[in-house]
Design a protein. Structure first.
Length: 225
């Protein structure tokens, strides 16, 4: 009877010891945070682009015209960024209309593969559209897609297109039809990333602190023989 009780106690002690060791192993296996984003890119970016734009309005025979852009982007997380940009472009129809415009856009951007060299991205936002010398102005909304490729650390090439819906039917000087005027932009550009070293250091330091805390807890909870 005593031998049976001893075997039961020994079995219980083994189960407890195995459970504690398994829990400690799970804690020590805390994955190292992914920091490739900060090596390839950064928390801030200055971006420039050059391309073309075309209007969809009330006249026929729209023309592709010149388009340029400069902006600043701030990554809140590797996946999510806020982008503010200034855009300068012309909208035109063959032999009918050609006018210079600008827009000030604020977008939320989603980078789908932030830890890879190549990543598609999506963006959506709102802006303020104005003709040269602010002869006419109107709010707008926009959205688009793009591709980004990291050529070297913190330097990227990008190709993107966006659709712009302006809350005005007089963008081309003619008010006709049932819908407001819109335009498309297509551009090739560069992203110059900077910052992020401190963020990467903090992530790795926090990870090390967690591991050390687990180790101290494990030492305190380890069975004393």
């Amino acid at each position: 009877m005593i031998a049976q009780q001893f075997r039961f106690q020994l079995l219980f002690a083994c189960i407890v010891l195995i459970s504690v060791q398994s829990l400690a192993q799970d804690k020590n296996d805390t994955p190292i945070p992914k920091t490739e984003f900060y090596d390839l890119r950064g928390t801030n970016a200055i971006d420039v682009a050059l391309g073309t734009t075309v209007i969809n309005g009330d006249f026929i025979d729209p023309m592709f015209e010149i388009y340029s852009h400069i902006g600043y982007k701030r990554h809140l997380t590797p996946y999510l960024a806020i982008d503010f940009g200034y855009h300068k472009f012309n909208l035109a129809y063959i032999d009918t209309f050609n006018e210079g415009f600008m827009s000030f856009d604020l977008n939320v951007e989603l980078l789908l593969l932030p830890h890879e060299h190549f990543s598609p991205y999506l963006f959506v936002g709102a802006g303020y559209n104005a003709a040269n010398h602010f002869k006419q102005t109107a709010p707008k909304v926009q959205g688009g897609i793009g591709l980004e490729y990291i050529v070297s650390s913190q330097f990227a090439l990008k190709l993107y297109s966006d659709y712009n819906y302006v809350s005005s039917d007089t963008l081309d000087g003619l008010e006709a039809g049932a819908s407001d005027d819109t335009y498309f932009r297509l551009a090739f550009g560069l992203n110059f990333y900077f910052g992020g070293t401190q963020k990467k250091t903090k992530l790795l330091k926090d990870h090390k602190t967690v591991i050390e805390a687990y180790s101290i807890t494990d030492d305190e909870n380890s069975p004393k023989l």
